[in-house]
Design a protein around this ligand. Structure first.
Ligand code: NDP
Length: 420
């Protein structure tokens, strides 16, 4: 194999290096369980330790584990159906491109159809609320097992298939960050599959389950619950509808598939992103019509920025001569690629993050201002995106050198205009 195809050793370790990886291995699940346990208490105070912890033996439920496995396998079956187009990913280290089946929206539509039928036949979706903690434990266990299997597979993988960021030679770090870039069985791409389907569609299902539980308890869903469900469903459907766009994201291009993404996709996203709906079941909030209209306007603004920015960059990267982006001003780079310097990407350097954060705020505001817990998402997300932006900036500076410096001069703010 030529040296060009070999993935070089990772020299710059991210997330605080080996120690950071070890801490995050425990911190991610611990934070998730702390949030879920707190949410189930009356005070729902993130700063206090819940008075009584459930007995460990009650947390493991083989039925919830089987239910989750069945859900993942069902989504895997839908992924393999010959529906939808096949798209090419970006050029890999060995100059090849992988092919990806674009059918996440089809999978969602089939799931909704079957779920609707099951609900009409009397399925009680509120089971999810009643076994939420056990489901989260099962999701964590499945994530851990899958991460070990992925690491074992990566040890036997070709050198060119390793992730540029997860080839440090330290097993703990590589296990956490992801050793292999695009682990596959035949055409079944494990990372691409997990990124959008079981967790993201699962998040939508969990929210619906919380709405049903609230209806069982109080006769009808609250306005706050309807808004949280509608906003987050829009976010999920948007991601599934624009599935092809994830082929140019950092997760797919740069990050390997290890515990960080596996746990993130299968446990963290469905069980902590649904915290607002879970919170509203136990802590009802009366939202006035005026507040609801204001929050709706905020979410619409966030969505317009988020979608506009992501679509603009995606269109430009796929076809710079497309009439929708051809008029935009650009900076050439030595790599042959250009950087947008007008339109959304001339407003701030990460307009898509700005839109995402505005939406996150709208979701939290729907739950009122009496508790911090429903604001966990927007606070955590701000940290995540600021850190993600710094990682991306570092990579872009390495990739584009002087052109990137020129871009930073022309567009001085990273995410928040005139602030950051
Ligand atoms: P981006 O989609 O923003 O991709 C960053 C890349 O875009 C850069 O590496 C560079 O890659 C390219 N780029 C940067 N500036 C320019 C420019 N001026 N002109 C042209 N191309 C440019 O990153 P993410 O993958 O982080 O985010 C994708 C979406 O996912 C975002 O909307 C984000 O908010 C969302 N997200 C959501 C999360 C969640 O948990 N809800 C978590 C993480 C992200 P290159 O030049 O190589 O093309």
């Amino acid at each position: 194999m030529s040296d060009k195809c070999r993935t070089p050793r990772t020299k710059e370790l991210e997330f605080g290096g080996i120690l950071g990886a070890v801490i995050l291995l425990f911190l991610m699940p611990a934070t998730m369980f702390h949030l879920l346990l707190t949410c189930a208490t009356e005070q729902a105070s993130v700063l206090s330790i819940p008075a009584s912890m459930p007995a460990l033996a009650t947390l493991w439920n083989p039925n919830t584990a089987l239910l989750l496995l069945g859900w993942i396998l069902f989504q895997a079956f839908l992924y393999m159906l010959p529906l939808g187009e096949v798209a090419e990913g970006t050029v890999l280290q060995d100059q090849t491109r992988l092919q990806y089946r674009i059918n996440a929206f089809h999978a969602f539509a089939i799931t909704v159809l079957l779920m609707g039928t099951a609900l009409a036949c009397g399925l009680r979706l509120s089971y999810i609320h009643d076994h939420f903690l056990q489901l989260a434990v099962s999701a964590s266990a499945i994530s851990l097992v899958l991460s070990f299997l992925l690491y074992a597979k990566s040890v036997c993988a070709e050198e060119s298939a390793l992730s540029p960021g997860g080839n440090s030679g330290n097993p703990v770090y590589d296990f956490f960050i992801g050793h292999e870039l695009n682990p596959r069985f035949g055409t079944f791409d494990l990372k691409y599959f997990c990124e959008l389907r079981p967790g993201l569609i699962g998040w939508g299902m969990i929210n619906l389950a919380m709405l049903m539980k609230e209806t069982e308890l109080r006769g009808s869903p609250s306005l706050a619950m309807i808004l949280v469900n509608a906003f987050q469903l829009l976010y999920v459907v948007d991601a599934l509808w624009n599935e092809e766009a994830i082929l140019t994201t950092i997760d797919i291009i740069h990050d390997g598939f290890g515990f960080m993404l596996v746990f993130g996709d299968l446990a963290w996203v469905p069980f902590t992103y649904s915290l607002q709906a879970y919170f509203l079941v136990n802590h009802p909030h009366e939202l006035s019509m005026l507040s609801a209209i204001g929050i709706l306007a905020l979410n619409t603004l966030g969505y317009a920025i988020f979608r506009g920015a992501n679509s603009q960059k995606n269109t430009f990267r796929r076809s710079p001569t497309d009439p929708r982006v051809a008029e935009l001003e650009t900076i050439p780079t030595a790599s042959g690629k250009c950087l947008l310097v007008s339109g959304w990407w001339g407003f701030v350097r990460h307009p898509n993050y700005l839109g995402d954060l505005i939406m996150a705020l709208a979701w939290s505001l729907s739950c009122g201002v009496t508790h911090i817990l429903p604001y966990f998402y927007v606070i955590y997300f701000a940290f995540l995106l600021v850190h993600r932006e710094a990682r991306d900036e570092h990579r872009c500076l390495r990739k584009y050198g002087l052109s990137w410096q020129e871009y930073c001069k022309r567009v001085p703010y990273r995410i928040f205009p005139y602030i950051y």
